[in-house]
Write a protein that binds this ligand. Structure first.
Ligand SMILES: *Cc1c(COP(=O)(O)O)cnc(C)c1O
Length: 385
């Protein structure tokens, strides 16, 4: 099959999966459960802001879904990550190990504290942080001192490690957790994209000290804007709740605050939406996994295109279905033709170290990151109704 006729074959197939649509977006939200009912209920209750029954219910649901002992609702996933890094003890001048191929929010959250991200390579199979590259970096530069790990070259403390589960595919989080434990580096999982994804039977976000989630409009489940922090550490959970609610000390009428806090708590209106959406999480993930199965069978029969499938230890939510094309030229031709035909497809994020704010950050050879950046595209992945 020639390139152009192969692309029209693909376009036809995607259109057959999402029939009766002039334009097929990458990921559309679906409000087909109790969303309107719970929203009306929240409005009628007059508790529309950061205190309300739905916020507490949302936190309980997140505990049940992830298996974490504590969950703290936040205004969005970026705030969740910022707060998680603060309560993990990251300070100005520290280094935080993360991956070069990620959404900008990962690197931004690290930067809000005045810490510097270190961009490590990703794994070819999982598209998340490479356990091998993490270990290699620590063997070359890590220096243990007084219970912490420092970078022997810069002298800075390595205060946390933030792997990200790219597009909902779990990274090798058990190996990464073991390496972090060995070096006594707090592990904070950016699980923004991986609600409903499991590694070796355990939900993502629950392998280290903290995990964070996003419920932005384009994610698998959404509440407009929202996020969550999960942890099994009671002290950390209490501190996160305290700092996300202006660090106000409890008192019937007095306003006293014992830290510089944040207005980071999810409003009850958003939590009402979140509860209704989380009720449908299993159905959404099953629906998305069926779509992925269809794509897998289709693309397996095509030359020169790799459909990215979950690894043997992983159960992915298939937030965004992912293809790897043969070259950057192929990718650009694909993006051009497919987008022109009303089917939305997108390339990977620009690698973090290429952005002006992060150009002088430490990094490793980033071999796989460069290779993947040139070839990756995401294709329509909404829940089908
Ligand atoms: C969506 C996302 C976030 C941020 O979530 P918001 O709710 O949009 O703030 C963080 N990290 C990753 C990897 C994401 O995809």
């Amino acid at each position: 099959m020639g390139q152009t006729s192969q692309y029209s074959h693909i376009i036809q197939y995607i259109k057959s999966l999402f029939p009766n649509q002039d334009f097929i977006p990458l990921h559309e939200p679906r409000f087909i459960g109790n969303e309107k009912k719970y929203l009306a209920d929240a409005i009628d209750s007059t508790f529309v802001s950061s205190v309300g029954a739905y916020v507490n219910r949302f936190e309980k649901m997140m505990q049940d879904i992830t298996g974490a002992r504590y969950a703290i609702a936040t205004v969005n996933g970026t705030a969740a990550l910022h707060m998680a890094l603060i309560v993990a003890g990251v300070k100005q001048g520290d280094e935080v190990l993360s991956q070069d191929l990620t959404f900008i929010a990962t690197a931004n959250a690290i930067s809000y504290i005045g810490a510097r991200p270190v961009f490590l390579d990703i794994d070819r199979k999982t598209l998340g942080l490479s356990a091998e590259k993490l270990e290699a970096f620590l063997k070359e530069f890590g220096k243990r001192e007084g219970g912490a790990t420092f970078n022997s070259k810069t002298g800075n403390r390595i205060a946390a490690c933030v792997p990200m589960h790219s597009f909902g595919f779990p990274c090798e989080i058990d190996r990464i957790a073991a390496i972090c434990q060995e070096w006594n580096i707090p592990l904070v999982e950016d699980a923004a994209e991986s609600i409903g994804s499991y590694y070796k039977g355990n939900h993502t976000g629950n392998f280290g000290l903290l995990g964070t989630f996003s419920f932005n409009g384009n994610k698998t489940v959404t509440c407009g804007g929202g996020g969550a922090i999960v942890t099994n550490d009671e002290r950390i959970a209490k501190l996160a709740k305290h700092l996300t609610t202006q660090a106000k000390t409890p008192h019937t009428w007095e306003f006293n605050h014992d830290y510089i806090g944040y207005n980071y708590r999810m409003p009850n209106l958003n939590a009402a939406l979140a509860c209704a959406q989380l009720e449908q999480l299993n159905a959404f993930v099953e629906n998305k996994r069926k779509l992925a199965e269809n794509y897998k069978n289709f693309f397996e029969r095509l030359e020169g295109i790799e459909f990215v499938a979950e690894g043997k230890d992983a159960k992915a939510n298939y937030w965004l279905n992912t293809l790897l094309l043969e070259s950057k030229a192929e990718r650009d031709a694909f993006l051009g033709e497919v987008n022109n035909s009303g089917v939305m497809t997108r390339p990977a994020w620009t690698l973090m170290h290429k952005l002006p704010m992060f150009q002088d950050c430490l990094r490793d050879d980033l071999q796989v990151s460069h290779w993947v950046e040139e070839r990756l595209v995401n294709i329509p992945s909404s829940v089908r109704i």
